[in-house]
Design a protein around this ligand. Sequence first.
Ligand SMILES: Nc1ncnc2c1ncn2[C@@H]1O[C@H](COP(=O)(O)OP(=O)(O)OP(=O)(O)O)[C@@H](O)[C@H]1O
Ligand code: NI
Length: 348
Amino acid sequence: MTAETPLLEVEGLETTFSTEQGEVVAVDGIDFSVDAGETVCIVGESGSGKTVATESVTRLISTPPGHVDGSVRFQGEELLEMTEEQLRSIRGNNISHIFQNPQDAMNHCYTVGWQIVEALQVHTDLSKADARSKAVDLLDRVGIANASSRFDDYPHEFSGGQKQRVMIAMALVADPDLLIADEPTTALDVTVQSEILNLLDELQDEFGMGILFVTHDLGVVAQIADRVVVMYAGKVMERGDVYDIFDNPSHPYTQKLLDCLPGRNATGGGIPGSLPSVIDPPNGCRFADRCEHAMDACRVGEQPREVDIGSGHAVSCLYYQEGYDRAVVEYDIPETGTSSGEVSPSDD
Ligand SMILES: Nc1ncnc2c1ncn2[C@@H]1O[C@H](COP(=O)(O)OP(=O)(O)OP(=O)(O)O)[C@@H](O)[C@H]1O
Ligand code: NI
């Protein structure tokens, strides 16, 4: 691996499911990468394919009914060609996942401390006593107060936010190079959510891991992302660094997502309309049916190829291709002044 090789490099990822209704194309040929130490957010409405895309990375998708195609290179090695045993080792030692509902990932019958010690003993050759003190350190590090006395508590004795902190501690047991976090704060109230995001940020500085973060919430993106991939109906609509996305949102879909942010939402509720069928997706741009700027040409052929509009900021929209007038889709950032609802990327 050279210095330029991304930590994770996904190309042409396509994940389908055979169902009685037909072939579901959940992820339809997408590319993205994560560099060491950076946070990439995949954002999009429910059903866009965010979870399927990230679970395809470490092949957590059941096959069948699922089928994963394309290329997923981690530290230069192709994950889609690895044996199940090699993959298990990658999942245990190099790539950790955290999910939305920590209770699903915990065993209710064992104490939290016991579970972390177990995980430590699988991944390291620490003695029982050393694993115990490391587990207490980890609990302390993720912000569990009185960690040594909480060690023998059962999962139900922890609040939702504390459980998510424990899950983060477990994910860090093997000192992973990449953390994949799928809506880890969605079930929490905003204050706790913000604390957990800050914690992830601190831990990233300390452990140096890359983070691939899934969310439907651009407010969360503003707080945590370095780079953003905007997904819609299995396709990438736009990508760029977090400032490009917030200061110069260029795909009409991204613009609509931004309009939904608190303090900006003129219409109330989400984007009118719903996602197209994943079994029989429409021709042309997947977003055309909900796009106020859509032309006839937007409804033919394939999803428009991505056009780079400046240093990695790319848009899959016909208006950015030659022969079209991109001024049509220009977006004015609404004046939010200093209202408490203002959301913009944070510098830390
Ligand atoms: N096992 C499966 N069988 C059939 N279809 C599936 C399966 N898993 C996911 N899908 C479909 O794939 C599409 C993408 O789902 P996915 O869960 O990745 O969306 P998401 O962007 O993560 O949404 P959310 O924000 O609700 O978590 C959806 O249409 C979903 O119904
Ligand atoms: Ni999801």
